[in-house]
Ligand binder design. Structure first.
Ligand code: UDP
Length: 316
């Protein structure tokens, strides 16, 4: 029997590349699609010799073609950091809307199962804490993050439309802050910023007074949760993230401690609409998927630091 085949859009990105590895480990034939505007071929170059791995340089917002059968479509293409949304607002809107439409259309045509990478940004600056899947959110449609948040909310609506009208087997994962090797170095996110700054001996830039909270999940835990969701029969959104919540100031201090850096912390303006609090309620994932994160922050940070050390030239 021929092996199952998966298309991963955004496959050369941070999460996409980890998914490519997971599907290869499950003995899938993997079609990794990316237009490389924020993805990077370096993330998948170690997979290139594998005859089961194929790279497709295509933009998912255009007509996409994948020859032969497909069993699964994983739609992970999107700029995904606040700086990227500011620099690429139209592409962000297009990949969430037109790109999701194309990826769903392909899944429908091939009879494939479809999984949408959605986001905790659907909850905006949340008025409910921790965030459960049945909370509808507090999103500013016209702020700088609106291009991402609304595109992903539209993508969820589109996914449910294909599920209800075309009976496509769909899954929606709401991903909370995730970190690990292959995060993009200069995308403005807290973790690459702090690690880069600490390794170069520069001050760590904490935005606002650092009292805003986030809950960081190590990428391997996230991938396991996504894998289990794909195998389940739940079409409604499921949060996957680590409920271990901390302030951004504490997070910066963790990075300083781990790296042994002597850098100081400096405070910068808080970006517009930066959510004040964020923590996933993972009760649904626990009950439905028997999943919860396993990797402690310290372990995850150490593994991530080992990666960033290979990318950053220390001062001097
Ligand atoms: N942040 C920070 N310094 C930086 C980059 C980010 O203090 O150099 C803050 C940012 O304002 C936010 C938190 O860290 O409150 C997490 O930011 P990130 O961009 O990683 O993710 P998101 O805002 O999408 O959760």
């Amino acid at each position: 029997m021929s092996r199952p085949r998966v298309l991963i859009t955004g496959g050369a990105g941070f999460l996409g590349s980890h998914l490519c590895e997971r599907f290869l480990a499950e003995d899938y034939e993997v079609f990794c699609m990316d237009n490389l505007i924020t993805g990077d071929l370096a993330n998948t170059e170690h997979l290139v010799g594998d005859p089961r791995f194929h790279f497709l340089h295509q933009d998912v917002t255009e007509y996409i073609h994948v020859p032969g059968k497909l069993d699964v479509v994983m739609h992970f293409a999107s700029p995904a950091s606040p700086i990227d949304y500011l620099e690429l607002p139209i592409q962000t809107l297009k990949v969430g809307s037109l790109g999701t439409h194309k990826a769903l259309g392909l899944a429908h045509a091939k009879g494939a199962r479809f999984l949408l990478a959605s986001t905790s940004e659907c909850y905006g600056d949340p008025l409910v804490h921790p965030q459960r899947e049945d909370y509808w959110g507090n999103v500013n449609p016209v702020g700088p993050r609106g291009v991402y948040d609304e595109a992903k909310r539209f993508a969820e609506a589109m996914t449910m439309g294909y599920h209800r009208y075309h009976n496509v087997e769909t899954r929606i994962v709401r991903i909370f802050n995730t970190y690990g090797p292959r995060m993009r170095m200069n995308d403005g996110r807290a973790l690459p910023a702090f690690m880069g700054q600490a390794l170069r001996g520069e001050p760590l830039t904490v935005f606002g007074d650092g009292s805003q909270t986030r809950s960081f999940c190590y990428v391997d835990d996230l991938v396991e949760g996504i894998w289990r969701l794909l195998q389940s029969d739940e079409a409604l959104p499921v949060n996957i993230g680590n409920p271990h919540e901390m302030t951004i100031l504490e997070f910066a201090q963790n990075v300083l401690e781990l790296t042994g850096s002597k850098s100081e912390i400096v405070f910068k303006d808080l970006p517009v609409d930066d959510p004040k609090i964020r923590q996933p309620d993972i009760g649904k994932a626990k009950a439905l998927l028997d999943w919860e994160p396993k990797i402690p922050l310290e372990t995850g940070l150490e593994r991530t630091l080992a990666y960033f050390r290979t990318k950053v030239q220390p001062e001097g």
